[in-house]
Design a protein around this ligand. Structure first.
Ligand SMILES: [Mg+2]
Length: 373
């Protein structure tokens, strides 16, 4: 049975008109890679297992099933560490083609409910159901979607129904797994007030620390702050955060963007001086990139390493190979660039890794748009 949580209490007279423009559903598959593996191999059911790389290859976890999560195991954790938390943990090798296959079936199911569909990754989607032809209210559509996915794919998902993408995404995460969370426009303020700021996409550990410094922990704490204080602390993002913390977001559901590269970079509060510190930081970025490779099914052929030295001189070094870059050969490529192409005597203030030269297929139409598969 799908668990349903409804947020409906609030002041009808004080609704921000922005919140009356759209009805959005965010659908997020539950522990997607792990659920697909359990579907194909029922002997895994009920046992703690993860999909990810081997501990002996410094692998990391893409997805943990819910049983494994009871041990504190989560995605992006090194497999070696997960094994110390749960010694009889089963490690399953990722099968991306299978996940892509099911994700395509998921898209077909979802388009039955709305043609306005955005799929940021294999296991999640936004649907704009503002003018949907069912003339149903959005939460009824969401229940139909959940049931249809269950019947056709034999997998569970969680969904959020709300007046915009931001709230729908937060909502789908609110009652997981197999849950539906509905936020009505009039309930938005009450819902947001006590929500931890870390629930807002874009507020990571570093931002949360900065916000804690000005005594902002919950979304409601932001409301009272002057925007100037927020932009002093967070720059441009401070202005956006002021709206986001009120549950306001005007972005529309768009056909998924066509990306040409995927990258991550980090600026360090203090320059990195020792090789040990530099390599440790690079390892952290690499682990995150591996998660991205899995989540977005990236098939890239070029890896670039970006280094900004203490004096702000920035260099980018790249390597291209015929073979697709994956979690195993990524390490070798990074080491190759790191060992031969970087001046190790200099202090470093920024490190970044980018994957590009993505495997692409051409669209049928004659424009130059390229589609990722
Ligand atoms: Mg998911």
């Amino acid at each position: 049975m799908t668990k349903i949580v409804l947020f409906k209490e609030g002041d009808e007279a004080n609704i921000n008109p922005i919140l009356l423009k759209r009805k959005i559903i965010h659908v997020d598959m539950d522990a997607f890679f792990a659920s697909v593996e359990a579907l194909d191999n029922p002997s895994l059911k009920g046992k703690p297992f993860v999909v990810g790389g081997k501990a002996t290859e410094r692998g990391i976890i893409a997805t943990a099933n819910y049983k494994a999560r009871e041990y504190g195991i989560k995605s992006a954790m090194p497999t070696a560490r997960a094994l110390t938390l749960c010694p009889n943990l089963i490690i399953v090798k990722p099968r991306h083609d299978r996940y892509v296959d099911i994700s395509k079936k998921l898209s077909l199911i979802l388009t039955e409910f709305s043609p306005i569909l955005e799929k940021p990754s294999l296991d999640e989607a936004y649907l704009d159901v503002t003018g949907n032809y069912h003339h149903d209210n959005a939460s009824k559509v969401a229940i139909k979607i959940i049931n249809s996915i269950k019947n056709k794919l034999n997998l569970t998902c969680s969904a959020g129904t709300a007046p915009n993408k931001l709230l729908a995404k937060i909502a789908s995460d609110f009652t997981k797994p197999n849950g539906l969370t509905v936020i009505l426009p009039k309930a938005v303020r009450n819902f947001m007030q006590y929500l931890p700021l870390t629930k807002i996409p874009g507020v990571g550990k570093v931002t949360a620390k900065k916000l804690a410094f000005i005594n902002a922990h919950k979304c409601g704490d932001i409301w009272k702050l002057p925007i100037e204080d927020l932009s002093k602390t967070l720059g441009k993002y401070g202005v956006s955060l002021h709206s986001l913390a009120q549950g306001l977001d005007e972005s529309s559901v768009k056909k998924s963007r066509i990306r040409k590269s995927y990258g991550l970079e980090r600026t360090f509060r203090q320059d990195l001086i020792t090789s040990e510190d530099k390599e440790k930081s690079l390892q952290v970025i690499k682990d995150k990139l591996i998660i991205m490779i899995d989540k977005y099914n990236i098939k890239a052929h070029t890896l670039s390493l970006k280094v900004r030295y203490k004096n702000f001189q920035t260099i980018t070094r790249s390597v291209t190979q015929i073979e697709v870059i994956n979690s195993t050969n990524l390490t070798k490529l990074i080491n190759k660039l790191w060992q031969s192409r970087i001046d190790h005597n200099r202090s470093v203030r920024l490190l970044g890794l980018t994957l590009s030269n993505l495997r692409i297929i051409k669209n049928n139409d004659h424009n130059k748009n390229l589609t990722l598969f």
